[in-house]
Write a protein that binds this ligand. Structure first.
Ligand code: PHE
Length: 447
């Protein structure tokens, strides 16, 4: 199916790549953290509902834009536009998503760098190095070094293109990620204290389900997790063959994404209670569970320390898992801007990858040098403002600008009977009315 611009060579290649983009620090760090700070299972329940009923339809809209356009986000959306005003709007939405992906990568690379340095610490201890502590202590030099290393890994993969870069590496790394995750869960749930953690994770406090803060966090988490509003799923959609059934492919990717978030919760929340059984403090002064970066970088390492030499292996496996998850996501973030530069400005792929990758690295460096203010600022700008707005505009584009008949023709490719399906009865209404309204309401509320 590969055309000259490249494409996924197989169905499984697309699934691994799109799931690789979706499954990232958002699933393994963000989701358990949000669950811990939003009262456990109630959050899980709301998240599941929003992921399938709000994020999946928006995800389908982005995949369809890409598969129809067979091009980067801007060109794809402009192909759907008829008037000059629509073309301008298409540029705004498509390019906005590309900028959003670049901004996310700039801070994501810093977090990913931390994961890599925490993965190296156990190796340094095993080798008897005196400097092991350096890898887990905050310093500008450490942050710059590992962010740069991570960015070069991302650049290395994206330079090789869709089939030999994104697809090949996603197919290698995603199975490793799943095996690591499942092995860690099996180990952790056998330890003292895990049962209490499972209880906190799986027994919902229904009274919290309609709390506005919980709804906002769950929606933000679902959109971040499916990489929406960043042009990433548009470009991945553009690399799928016209013979594939997009409706099921999209559902499969959503299912993998949600399942891995759920599994990450099965690992992290019980691990917190195991840590408590070992004497580690897991509740903050106000009685809530410790979350955010302290959970990953203080509570869990304290747990690994308490396990003796076994803890070295568990800690290593955990932070390698995090690093892999981050890498399969970061490559998708870089592909958005790179495909734009290659297709719209005729730049050779390797040059575009290097230039854009280095540009984003400069931004990461500025973040590292002003970490206390910039990290939060860029993350909020991109994920709380950029992503929901662009995702909403994509739905509006598909629902209001793209002709219904054209949409149907596009979905029919690979799914001839779609007209009689439940999907076609519900989804158009979703993208036209429900998704934009719900995203808008939650967004305004979050301000
Ligand atoms: N979905 C990724 C995660 O959960 C993050 C991501 C956001 C990837 C935007 C691509 C684009 O970590």
């Amino acid at each position: 199916m590969s055309v000259s611009r490249g494409g996924f060579s197989s169905r499984i290649g697309f699934i691994m790549a799109a799931a690789g983009s979706a499954v990232g620090l958002g699933n393994i760090w963000g989701f358990p953290t949000q669950t811990a700070s939003n009262g456990g299972a109630a959050f899980v329940l709301v998240y599941l509902v929003l992921a399938f009923f709000l994020a999946y339809p928006a995800f389908m809209a982005e995949l369809l834009i890409g598969r129809f356009g067979q091009a980067n986000a801007v060109t794809s959306m402009q192909k759907m536009s008829r008037t000059a005003a629509q073309k301008k709007f298409a540029f705004f939405v498509g390019f906005g998503g590309i900028i959003c992906a670049a901004l996310i990568l700039s801070f994501y690379g810093v977090f990913a760098g931390w994961m890599m340095s925490f993965a190296i610490e156990p190796i340094a201890i095993l080798l008897g190095s005196d400097s092991a502590q350096w890898f887990v202590s905050q310093s500008i030099f450490r942050n710059l070094l590992f962010t740069t290393l991570f960015m070069f890994l991302t650049i290395f993969i994206i330079r090789s293109g869709v089939e030999n870069g994104i697809e090949k590496w996603s197919k290698r790394l995603m199975p490793v990620l799943i095996v690591l995750l499942v092995s860690l869960i099996i180990y952790v749930v056998t330890l003292d204290g895990a049962a209490e953690g499972l209880n906190a994770y799986l027994n919902p406090d229904f009274s919290r389900i309609f709390e506005p803060d919980l709804l906002i966090s769950a929606m933000g988490q679902a959109f971040f997790s499916l990489s929406l509003g960043t042009s990433v799923m548009i470009i991945y959609g553009s690399y799928i063959s016209k013979e594939e059934n997009l409706v099921t492919l999209g559902a499969q990717v959503t299912l993998i994404d949600v399942s891995i978030a759920f599994l990450a919760g099965l690992l992290v929340i019980p691990a917190m209670y195991v840590a408590q059984a070992q004497g580690v403090v897991i509740f903050a002064e106000d009685g809530s569970l410790i979350s955010g970066s302290s959970l990953i970088f203080t509570v869990l390492p304290a747990l690994f320390d308490s396990m003796g030499s076994m803890g070295l292996f568990v800690g290593f496996a955990f932070f390698i898992l995090m690093s892999i998850a981050a890498l399969t996501s970061s490559i998708s973030m870089l592909e958005g801007p790179v495909s734009y530069a290659v297709e719209r400005h005729d730049m050779p792929r390797s040059k575009a990858t290097l230039l854009i990758g280095l540009g984003i690295l400069v931004l990461s460096t500025i973040i590292v040098l002003n970490i206390s203010f910039m990290l939060d600022f860029v993350a909020t700008l991109a994920t709380q403002y950029g992503q929901p707005i662009i995702a909403m505009l994509c739905c509006i584009f598909v629902g209001w600008i793209w002709h219904r008949n054209e949409i149907l023709t596009e979905i029919k490719k690979g799914y001839g009977e779609v007209e009689n399906s439940l999907f076609w009865k519900i989804w158009p209404i979703y993208t036209k009315f429900i998704c934009p309204t719900a995203i808008g309401v939650v967004f305004i509320h979050s301000l």
